[in-house]
Design a binder for this molecule. Structure first.
Ligand SMILES: Cc1ncc(C[n+]2csc(CCOP(=O)(O)OP(=O)(O)O)c2C)c(N)n1
Length: 623
């Protein structure tokens, strides 16, 4: 017998299948996912956990008329497989290939774009409200994980939705995991719902339940006894979601397609906001992912048989260097505390969390809270560092400004994954932080050219008594071999090479590229001055002005967008200092969202690789 998956090209193909066939399809999809992601890399564990859930959704609801909104969107692979994209999976997360997140341009079944967490309830409620304003008739279902539910936006939306009259379904996919183990009071509460027998008690108030089901309500109430047998999920008075105004259904076994389907069918007919609490296992069906769901949350290509990563570099990542340096700093200073928003391992904080558990705070996916918490800690004499990916700090912008910088509090922001991040794409590139942080008074911003410099910058940061951000990229640190970093404590730029024809001023990772460009120029008999800015704020004006005095051509290199970036600040510096008659060319990412793909490829695509920069320098300056 052929495989069922081979004939699945649209949600219509799911509807015809029996429960037994759907179960068989679930295991085929798991096989497909494991095999495919082992080659391309991707978010494996989360997707293995939602196979039955996604099949049940597409069996009961009619996408795209009914709207399915995936939170974060990293778990939408099964949805992609079912909605006609199975054959593109070999291109997953590659340049011009299938995105790892919902993308409207890919399919009519992807109805809202995501990548950052905790947005789905707001989006879904908005869609339900729009439907009702327009007098349309369809379902809206938001699918949110227990990790994503720790985000403030999700609470704000629950609070609003619970008191709206709109029919709207939230499916809570509870696997007890964020990337790492989930944290917080809500997580404990969900655990109680899952395991405490009190909550399993069948409430006698069947009439109440049934009255919420229009059309069939009254007649079924008459056969209460029968209904008691068929309706297994009941409202528990006094429980959180009910108090908020939701009808709670659960907990439901998220791997039992029949059970899921029945519950969804019922929810589809019910009025008002409904929350279905499903219990799933992250990584289900692949033993390595079940054992280490955190490692298989997002993984590069791996060996199917051993579960081991195919590419593993011996060089240290910037995150590791951050983690190690923080251990040194924390050992000497008991006031140093570390905060993460659900990313302890990604940001390099695992050792700190183990050794200094009292001064380590995982706040859940709550970047806004994390920043203000840091403000509170700092105002009370601790020395907090918030280690966060650049893209997720976007969530905490006002908090950085209002709760930290306004009061000049000594919070260290270690901004990981700054610049281009590669396969996660548009929603994850950290190409805005220079722009959105540079305009905040009191905040200093530094960017190391390599891992060695990062180490010194972290130590310098803790010697300051004001807020400071250090931005560094994803991946391994390319130690450039210049190990005299004394200038960092004086906030000085570093002049690496001196030449008369052109001055290259670069920040962070781009210093490596500046050196490559300088080498290529030298081969063409063009001599470069190369300056590693080190500080984006305050810019070391003295060093830069001194070194551009006799050079007419300047280029700036950054892995940030052009608007409000480092280059525009150099122009501003020239303007403020009334320095005229210099020809300046800014190399930065354009005013557009950068798609997904391998990092170096994206640099090349935007003319920001060494060859591209060299070529444009020759053209621009007619050298
Ligand atoms: C604002 C924001 N912060 C952090 C992340 C990184 N992140 C991606 S998925 C995830 C965990 C999500 O957990 P959950 O919602 O339970 O989904 P699961 O993967 O367990 O299915 C985190 C922290 C993010 N996407 N968005």
């Amino acid at each position: 017998m052929g495989k069922i998956i081979e004939n699945i090209n649209s949600p219509k193909d799911i509807k015809k299948l029996s429960y037994e066939e759907l179960e068989k399809l679930s295991s085929e999809i798991r096989g497909f996912l494991i095999n495919s992601v082992s080659k391309t890399g991707g978010h494996l564990a989360s997707n293995l956990g939602v196979v039955e859930l996604t099949l049940a959704l597409h069996k009961v609801f009619n996408s795209p008329e009914d709207k399915m909104v995936w939170d974060v969107g990293h778990q939408a692979y099964v949805h992609k497989i079912i909605t006609g994209r199975k054959d593109s999976f070999s291109t997953l997360r590659q340049f011009k290939g299938l995105s790892g997140f919902p993308k409207c341009k890919e399919s009519v079944h992807d109805i809202f774009e995501t990548g950052h967490s905790s947005t789905s309830i707001s989006v879904g409620l908005g869609m339900a409200m729009a439907r009702d304003v327009k007098g349309e008739d369809h379902s809206v279902i938001s699918i949110i994980g227990d990790g994503a539910l720790t985000g403030g936006m999700a609470f704000e939306a629950l609070n609003h939705a619970g008191h709206s009259e709109n029919d709207f379904i939230v499916i809570l996919n509870d696997n007890e995991m964020s990337i790492s183990e989930n944290v917080g009071g809500l997580s404990k509460y969900l655990n109680k719902l899952r395991t405490d027998p009190v909550y399993f008690k069948v409430k006698d108030d069947v009439e109440h339940i049934l009255s919420r089901i229009p059309a069939i309500g009254k007649s079924v109430v008459k056969t209460t006894q029968k209904a008691k047998d068929t309706i297994k999920y009941f409202f528990v008075s006094g429980m959180l979601f009910e108090e908020l105004g939701f009808t709670y259904i659960g907990p439901v076994d998220g791997h039992d397609i029949k059970e899921l389907t029945e519950v969804m069918k019922r929810a589809k007919k019910m009025k008002g906001p409904i929350i279905i609490h499903t219990i799933t296992k992250k990584g289900k069906g692949y033993k390595y992912a079940e054992r280490h769901p955190d490692k298989f949350h997002g993984i590069g290509a791996f060996d199917l048989k051993t579960g081991k990563k195919v590419k593993s570099s011996k060089d240290k990542t910037y995150s590791q260097i951050f983690g190690e340096t923080l251990m040194e700093v924390a050992e000497q200073n008991p006031k140093v505390a570390a905060i993460t928003a659900a990313m302890p391992s990604g940001t390099g904080l695992t050792d700190f969390a183990n050794k200094y558990s009292k001064r380590f705070f995982d706040v859940g996916i709550a970047e806004q809270h994390a920043v203000t918490l840091a403000g509170g800690l700092a105002s009370s004499g601790l020395r907090p560092v918030f280690a966060v990916y650049s893209t997720f700090l976007q969530r905490g912008y006002d908090q950085v400004l209002h709760d930290v910088c306004l009061q000049n509090l000594p919070v260290v922001f270690c901004i990981d994954r700054a610049g281009i991040v590669g396969a996660d794409g548009e929603t994850h590139h950290g190409v805005f932080d220079i722009s959105f942080l540079s305009n905040i008074p009191n905040l200093k911003i530094a960017a190391p050219k390599d891992g060695y410099e990062l180490k010194t910058m972290i130590k310098y940061a803790f010697s300051q008594n004001s807020p400071i951000a250090i931005r560094y990229p994803r991946g391994t640190s390319n130690n450039l071999g210049m190990e005299n970093n004394d200038g960092i404590y004086k906030e000085k730029a570093e002049v690496i090479e001196k030449g008369k024809d052109i001055c290259i001023i670069a920040v962070g990772k781009m210093v490596g590229k500046a050196l490559e460009v300088a080498k290529m120029l030298k081969e063409a008999n063009i001599q470069s001055t190369v300056i590693n800015a080190r500080f984006i704020k305050p810019i070391d004006e003295d060093t830069i002005i001194q070194n551009i005095k006799d050079i007419d051509r300047i280029i700036t290199l950054e892995d940030n967008v052009r608007a409000g970036g480092f280059g525009s600040q150099i122009l501003d510096m020239l303007n403020r200092n009334a320095i005229k008659e210099k020809e300046v060319k800014i190399f930065a990412f354009p005013d557009e969202f950068i798609e997904h793909g391998e990092t170096e490829l994206l640099f090349k695509e935007h003319g920001l690789n060494a060859e591209g920069i060299y070529r444009q320098v020759i053209e621009t300056f007619k050298l």
